[in-house]
Design a binder for this molecule. Structure first.
Ligand SMILES: Nc1ncnc2c1ncn2[C@@H]1O[C@H](COP(=O)(O)OP(=O)(O)OP(=O)(O)O)[C@@H](O)[C@H]1O
Ligand SMILES: [Zn+2]
Length: 811
């Protein structure tokens, strides 16, 4: 019988805490269970990670209670989370916290209950009332009790030992349902139109008839909360139409997606030869039930999604489950619809906008095996799919797979690969623009490359035209150069559609020459320099190189350098100024913050209720609209301004992905890139749809400067309210690090971060480049040593300066 349990909490502390197991719990306690234990000065939920009988040389406290009947983390999940904890150098509890939905993790509520009944003891009236009420109630939230009585009264009774406060995992999440409106069989669309027209002829356009017309245009089924965004649609008009027998409402759980999409497994497409070849390969690993890693490199629109669907079909037929990861903004209704069509209710969609309850339900249904496929963004990599046979990582290059803040700073693609290894599952990473890391992995034989080189049904990749803004300076229509302007007009006239992308990724400010478009770069690191306005300085946030703000452009010599960056521009408005007659839809962070807003916009565009879709990066990905024949990128080189070695890669990816939205069906597509740097190799490669050429150059550049994939970058960020202290910590820590790695070669910095002050916190950083073959063991060893050495040298008064570790930092 184990006598001790090692227990973790959701904090950055990397060591588990050891507790004694009282005899009555010794039979029940297991690894992966949550327990209730005294922690610091209160009580907390912890997770058991290890059982043993090695008596520690300090006094241990007792485990008080076991909170679950069954482990909430399977042995595989324990292994996976432990690996993350070691490789990404963070608290194991932090990982588990991220891996479990609220209601199953450490999230708790405080309740008040009777500890000892006062018995015959004398209490004053109020206290006696409190005790009586607490005793009556099954559960009494502490915050409610404090409101009802007073914090002081509750505290007093606690001190006297009558009451105790107890935290419990919070499970009382209300089921969430929403009102959904649908057409009744009576509400056949032709009849509806007839009715509207009849009223119009009789000049009886009542408010409810107008509302009906709007409904006809918007389309049903739809949730009431979305409909009532329109002024005409309120409960009066909706109920009035319902009285006519045309529409009806019912309550559905918001996770229930079945009403939205059609289930028709016979719609499974027949694969073409290339797709079939890829599938055969994947199938061979599925048959062997062993880990395998594939990089499915398929040009945009080549039918990667179809390959995923077929592979999932295979895996389900074998009685196993599948996991599909998509980028954060890739979880569009379009994708969900395609998977739903084939797999129906076998799918659990893990959306970041689900309520706590919905997440909890989805998680449970997977864990019980009721649903066999999970689809979701980054954190879905932890979904408890049973008997996992296949993991798909769609758009594997996407930066949203990397969690930056807070810890655990994991990369879901790499976690997926580790999960595949642990579960003997196949991992398929797909992309039209594979990351350099994955491409290099394939070259080194870590994964197997599968290629799709054509679009099915003979759709052609679109022709791309580069519009050099230097030449069009006097031939602009607002933000759009004349050729693009003309093309948009033409498309709209033909009842085709256009997508315009305005890259608004902005967090650092930079200088750009308004004559030649040049952006000053660090002479050592080949990344753009960040402009620190207050000091009138240009700085490299990799190596710390600093220079005074130059007066003239280093490229063309003109005194035309302007500070650019996060200042928002009113592009969308300018577009509607130059195309006053066309119907415009805008999609960006602001317009998509509502729960279904993203879906609404896309659905409208699909129904051709708009001619132009204007948006930020969000329009660049995964969209598949047959009538889109023009795609314009307003500012194709914005990515280059960001101070990261990945700028070129990001630019290439963005441009080829967005270009891939054009001409996906039978109509020929055109794409325009507006740029100040018309001869930039990444732009040229995207123009020519030449990934190979891009990759060849990019890898050569990375190799020279030892950037990933030729190194692994670990970034240390130092944060604190006093700049001097932050700087001191950064220096001392970096010195320690240099000693540990034995030389300056691979350490860059310390230097101020690209954004050097965030919410009163100053930020400095240091980068470490290590050999990419270093795994969890080596990283943990190096960092353990560095931190323990640093503890001895830590400058005075710097305990409040935090040090964050980011392994495989993307930028
Ligand atoms: N074998 C096939 N037969 C017929 N149509 C197909 C086939 N494979 C794919 N398609 C169609 O081709 C279009 C593009 O396919 P899909 O969206 O799967 O490509 P993708 O590679 O995932 O695209 P992207 O990376 O650009 O998002 C879709 O409309 C899809 O239905
Ligand atoms: Zn530098």
């Amino acid at each position: 019988m184990p006598r001790f349990a090692d227990i973790i909490f959701p904090t950055a502390v990397r060591q588990p805490f050891t507790y004694q197991i009282p005899e009555n719990l010794q039979d029940e306690i297991k690894v992966g269970l949550r327990v209730w234990v005294p922690f610091q000065r209160r009580k907390s939920i912890g997770v058991v990670v290890n059982l043993h009988s090695d008596t520690p040389d300090f006094n241990t406290r007792d485990v008080e209670q076991i909170l679950d009947d069954k482990p909430i983390l399977s042995p595989e999940m324990m292994k996976l989370t432990k690996w993350i904890h070691r490789f990404y150098y963070c608290g194991w509890g932090e990982v588990i916290q991220a891996a479990l939905p609220a209601g199953l993790n450490f999230y708790s509520e405080k309740y008040i209950l009777i500890k000892n009944h006062p018995g015959d003891e004398q209490l004053d009236n109020k206290d006696a009332n409190i005790i009586e009420e607490v005793a009556k109630k099954e559960s009494y939230l502490l915050k409610e009790a404090k409101k009802r009585w007073s914090a002081a009264a509750i505290d007093r009774l606690q001190k006297r030992g009558y009451l105790e406060v107890r935290e419990e995992p919070e499970l009382k999440v209300a089921p969430s349902t929403s009102r959904l409106w649908e057409w009744t069989p009576e509400g056949e669309q032709e009849k509806v139109l007839e009715l509207i027209n009849r009223h119009r002829e009789e000049d009886k356009m009542y408010k409810w008839v107008e509302a009906l017309e709007l409904l006809h245009m918007l389309g049903l089924p739809e949730f009431q909360k979305n409909l009532t965004r329109h002024e005409l649609l309120d409960s009066y008009t909706l109920n009035r139409i319902a009285d006519e027998g045309l529409i009806s409402a019912r309550e559905v759980e918001s996770t229930d997606i079945s009403f939205k999409y059609e289930y028709d497994p016979s719609a499974l497409k027949k694969l073409n030869d290339e797709q079939e070849m890829a599938l055969v390969e994947i199938k061979s690993s599925l048959d062997k039930e062993e880990f395998a890693n594939y990089l499915l490199f398929g040009i945009t629109g080549s039918g990667k999604t179809e390959v995923y669907i077929h592979a999932l079909r295979e895996v389900l037929d074998k009685g196993k489950g599948g996991l599909v990861l998509v980028p954060e903004i890739g979880l569009t209704p379009q994708i969900v619809k395609r998977f739903y069509q084939i797999f129906g209710d076998d799918i659990a969609v893990l959306h970041s906008r689900l309520t706590v309850r919905e997440k909890y339900d989805a998680w449970r249904s997977l864990q019980k095996g009721e649903k066999r496929i999970a689809i979701g963004a980054r954190s879905a990599v932890f979904a408890p799919v049973q008997n996992l046979g296949l993991i798909i990582v769609d758009e594997e290059h996407d930066a949203s797979y990397k969690q930056e803040d807070p810890a655990p700073r994991y990369h879901a693609r790499d976690v997926a690969i580790m999960r595949g290894t642990i579960n003997d599952a196949a991992v398929v990473m797909g992309s039209a623009t594979p990351s350099m890391v994955s491409l290099y992995g394939a070259k080194k034989g870590k994964s197997k490359l599968l290629s799709l080189t054509k679009r099915p049904l003979d759709a052609k990749l679109p022709k791309v035209k580069v519009l050099d803004l230097k030449q069009y300076r006097s031939a602009m229509q607002g933000p759009v150069a004349v050729p693009l302007y003309e093309k948009i007009k033409e498309a709209v006239d033909k009842n085709e559609q256009a997508i315009l992308l305005y890259n608004r990724r902005g967090y650092a400010s930079f200088l750009q020459c308004e004559t030649c478009g040049h952006i000053p770069e660090c002479p050592n690191c080949s990344v753009s320099l960040t402009f620190h306005k207050s000091k009138r300085q240009l700085r490299c946030h990799y190596c710390g190189y600093a220079a005074r703000r130059p007066e003239v452009c280093g490229e063309c010599g003109k005194a035309d350098l302007e500070a650019m960056g996060s200042g928002t521009q009113q592009l969308e408005e300018q577009i509607s100024d130059i195309f006053p007659e066309v119907r415009l839809l805008r999609m960006d962070f602001d317009t998509t913050s509502g729960r279904d807003a993203h879906a609404d916009i896309l659905a409208k565009f699909a129904r051709k209720e708009a001619d132009i879709l204007v948006g930020t990066q969000i329009v660049g990905k995964g969209l598949d609209f047959p009538d889109v024949t023009v795609v314009g990128v307003i500012n194709a080189d914005t990515e280059l301004a960001f101070p990261t070695f990945r700028a070129g890669e990001r630019m290439y990816q963005l441009l080829s992905q967005v270009a891939g939205r054009s001409g996906r069906a039978d109509k020929e597509g055109k794409v325009y890139f507006q740029t100040w740097q018309a001869d930039h190799p990444a732009l040229m490669a995207a123009k020519n749809h030449d990934y190979k050429e891009f990759a060849r150059r990019e890898l050569a550049f990375r190799k020279t400067l030892k950037y990933p994939p030729y190194s692994r970058i670990i970034r240390f960020v130092f944060k604190g309210k006093r700049e001097q202290r932050v700087q001191r910590v950064a220096r001392v820590f970096t010195e320690t690090l240099i000693e540990q790695v034995g030389g300056f070669d691979s350490v860059l910095g310390p230097s101020p971060s690209a954004v050097s002050k965030v919410q009163k916190f100053y930020r400095w950083e240091t980068l470490l480049k290590i050999d990419p073959s270093n795994g969890a063991g080596a990283i943990e060893h190096l960092l353990d040593n560095t931190f323990s050495d640093y503890e001895h040298r830590k400058p005075d008064k710097t305990s409040s300066v935090r040090i964050n570790v980011n392994v495989d930092a993307l930028e």
